[in-house]
Design a protein around this ligand. Sequence first.
Ligand code: DQA
Length: 144
Amino acid sequence: MKIMVINGPNLNMLGIREKNIYGTKSYDGICNEIKIKAEEKNHDIDIFQSNIEGEIINLIHKAYFEKYDGIIINPGAYTHYSIAIYDALKSIDIKVIEVHLSNIHQREEFRHKSVTAPACIGQICGFGHYGYILAIDALENYTD
Ligand code: DQA
């Protein structure tokens, strides 16, 4: 499969930001792990990170025009309010899995709602960076 991973705002700060919530592994370390796992499984994987909403939307469009088979997205805080990212995900017919490192349902009430998850097959949260690996498995095994 050709898979695009999109990470939203502040995820480049993993390993530095709120380590008690997001863990100590660096963003680059997590990307390496995802790449190794994907390559073991013979997937083509491209990983992007942006702190800018419009750039995330452009990446979703790129995934469509460049014929990706699946998207794994952690929209960061945009999860909770970006109707524009929801609309972008609804515009394309690519399988999308939403990932969060933390269990957003255990945290502040404003994190309980994801406006983007309804545009996805499903959501994986609370398993730290292992969630991205679970998402690769989910994309492989999903049948509609
Ligand atoms: C997050 C959860 C969001 O609520 C938060 O704004 C993030 C990270 C996660 O991976 O747990 O930036 O998406």
